[in-house]
Design a protein around this ligand. Structure first.
Ligand code: SAH
Length: 284
C-alpha cells in the first residue's frame, strides 16, 4: 500500500524564541536540503542567508519570515564577519527564532564555526544542522566520486583563499601533494595559477586530470575537464564564473562513465510534488 504521507511523524526539534540554528543549505539544488533544514525553514521568523543560498531554497521558507541577506563574495565589499555574528546575537536577544542559512555545510570553509563561537560566547543557544558540502555533493553531480577504492584512499579539502583573500601561506602543498591522491579545492579560481605552480613543483604530473565544476548542482552547472598543466589556460578560455570546485586527481576520469546528469538522466520525468501534498503546512 502506498503511504499517503511520505514524511512520517517524527520528533522534530522546535525552533524556540531566542535560539539561532546554524544550517547548511547544500550546494544549490533544493533537493539537497536536509529534512532538518526544511523543518528550520518552516519555523524561522528571521532567516539570515548567504550569497550562495539561492531563491529556490528560500522559497521553502515560511511566507511570514523576514529574509536578511548577509552575502560575502570574495573580493567584493560585503558585510563584515564580526558584524554578521553580532547581528545574529542581537536578533536572538530580541527573542526571534533565527535561522542562519549558509551554502553547503556551515562548518566547511563557511565561517560557521566562528559564528557559533560568538553566539555561544554571548549565551545564545544554538543548533547546528550540517549540509551537503560542495566539495562532495557538487562533484557527485559532475559524476565524480570523491573517493573510489580503485583510485584513492585519501582526499584533502583545501581552501584557495585565506581571510585576506590571498592564497593561504600556511598550506604545505608538498605535504598535500605527497600524501593525498585526490585534492579538492574550494575558492581556488583566483589563485589557480599559483596553486598549479605549487603542485607541479611538489611533483604532481602536468597530465594529471582536473575538473572544475561551477555552480554545481544548480541549473547553471558547468564542468571543465582539463589537466593540471593546462588548467589556467583552459579556465581563461572557458569563461567560467565562481563558485567553483576544483578536483585534482584520477577520480576525475570516473566521470567518463558516471556523468549521470548528461548521459543517463536525459529527459527523465520529474516529480513536482515530492512531499505528496502540495507545499508543507506553514508552522504556526
Ligand atoms: N560551506 C560551503 C563552502 C563555502 S566557501 C560548502 O560546504 O560547500 C565558498 C566556496 O564553496 C566557493 O567559492 C566554491 O569554491 C564552493 N562552492 C559552494 N557552492 C558551490 C557550488 N554550487 N558549485 C561550486 N562550488 C561551490
Amino acid at each position: 500500500m502506498i503511504n499517503a504521507n511520505p514524511l512520517p511523524p517524527h520528533d522534530w526539534p522546535i525552533l524556540q524564541p531566542g535560539w539561532v540554528w546554524l544550517c547548511g543549505a547544500g550546494p544549490g539544488d533544493p533537493g539537497l536540503l536536509t529534512l532538518h533544514a526544511l523543518n528550520a525553514l518552516r519555523q524561522a521568523e528571521v532567516i539570515v542567508y548567504d550569497a550562495l543560498v539561492g531563491p529556490e531554497i528560500l522559497d521553502w521558507a515560511n511566507s511570514t519570515a523576514k529574509l536578511i541577506y548577509a552575502g560575502k563574495r570574495g573580493g567584493k565589499p560585503s558585510a563584515k564577519q564580526r558584524d554578521i555574528s553580532l547581528h545574529l546575537v542581537e536578533l536572538a536577544k530580541k527573542g526571534k527564532k533565527v535561522l542562519r542559512l549558509k551554502g553547503g555545510d556551515p562548518f566547511v570553509f563557511g565561517r560557521g564555526g566562528e559564528e557559533a563561537q560568538t553566539l555561544v560566547q554571548h549565551g545564545v543557544p544554538i543548533r547546528i544542522i550540517p549540509g551537503i558540502s560542495a566539495g562532495i555533493g557538487g562533484l557527485a553531480y559532475a559524476g565524480i566520486p570523491v573517493t573510489h577504492r580503485d583510485v584513492n584512499q585519501s582526499v584533502t579539502f583545501v581552501t584557495g583563499h585565506d581571510q585576506s583573500g590571498e592564497s593561504p601561506s600556511s598550506i604545505n602543498w608538498k605535504a598535500i601533494s605527497d600524501g593525498s591522491q585526490v585534492i579538492v579545492i574550494y575558492m581556488g579560481i583566483k589563485h589557480v595559477g599559483s596553486i598549479r605552480a605549487e603542485l607541479l613543483k611538489a611533483g604532481r604530473a602536468a597530465d594529471e586530470p582536473v575538473a572544475v565544476v561551477t555552480s554545481a548542482t544548480t541549473t547553471n552547472q558547468k564542468v571543465l575537464e582539463t589537466t593540471l598543466g593546462r588548467i589556467e589556460v583552459d579556465l581563461k578560455s572557458a569563461s567560467m564564473a565562481p563558485p567553483a570546485i576544483i578536483c585534482i586527481g584520477k577520480s576525475v576520469l570516473m566521470r567518463q562513465a558516471l556523468d549521470w546528469q548528461d548521459m543517463i538522466l536525459g529527459n527523465a520525468p520529474r516529480n513536482t510534488d515530492p512531499l505528496g501534498r502540495g507545499r508543507p503546512a506553514e508552522a504556526s
